[in-house]
Design a binder for this molecule. Structure first.
Ligand code: RTP
Ligand code: MG
Length: 137
């Protein structure tokens, strides 16, 4: 089933020079394609829309501050089962619980600074594509 998903390489990935490495992993997956890609610094309004489900949680404010702390790479990735596939490639939210071989497992330590976001369902993907690439909705 061909799908599309919204991926963000978070400010820690950009600062640490890991975007090429992470993009390579995505590109190497057979049948997946990056169909939009942009480096941009996120404003408060965009972040509030994107992470609205977490508003009121203790980690929300530091999360938004972190996500606005430098540019991110926003991408649309399309292909077979790409939503589940990118979540698997990223690994669980807590990098210490993420297996080596996953992006978070290989490069992360801190829960907040976990390098990558990928949409968690078809509904989230469509909602998030609209936020980041309104022309592609
Ligand atoms: P994401 O939305 O960024 O793809 O990550 P996720 O689904 O794996 O995790 P989620 O529960 O949606 O949390 C969103 C992001 O908030 C930060 N976070 N910090 N306890 C904490 O300090 C905490 N919990 C979550 C992470 O950056 C997480 O990816
Ligand atoms: Mg999430």
């Amino acid at each position: 089933m061909s799908q599309r998903t919204l991926v963000l390489l978070k400010p820690d990935a950009v600062r640490r020079g890991l975007t090429g490495e992470i993009i390579s992993r995505i590109e190497r997956k057979a049948g997946w394609q990056i169909t939009a890609l942009e480096l941009r610094t996120l404003d408060q309004d965009t972040l509030e829309q994107h992470y609205g489900e977490h508003k009121g949680k203790p980690f929300y404010e530091p999360l938004v501050e972190f996500m606005a702390s430098g540019p991110v790479v926003a991408m649309i990735v399309e292909g077979e089962r790409v939503i589940e596939g990118l979540r698997a490639l990223a690994g669980p939210t807590d990098p210490i619980a993420a297996a080596p071989g996953s992006i978070r497992g290989d490069y992360g330590v801190i829960v907040r600074e976990n390098l990558i976001h990928a949409s968690d369902s078809e509904e989230s993907a469509e909602r998030e594509v609209k936020i980041f690439f309104p022309g592609r909705a």
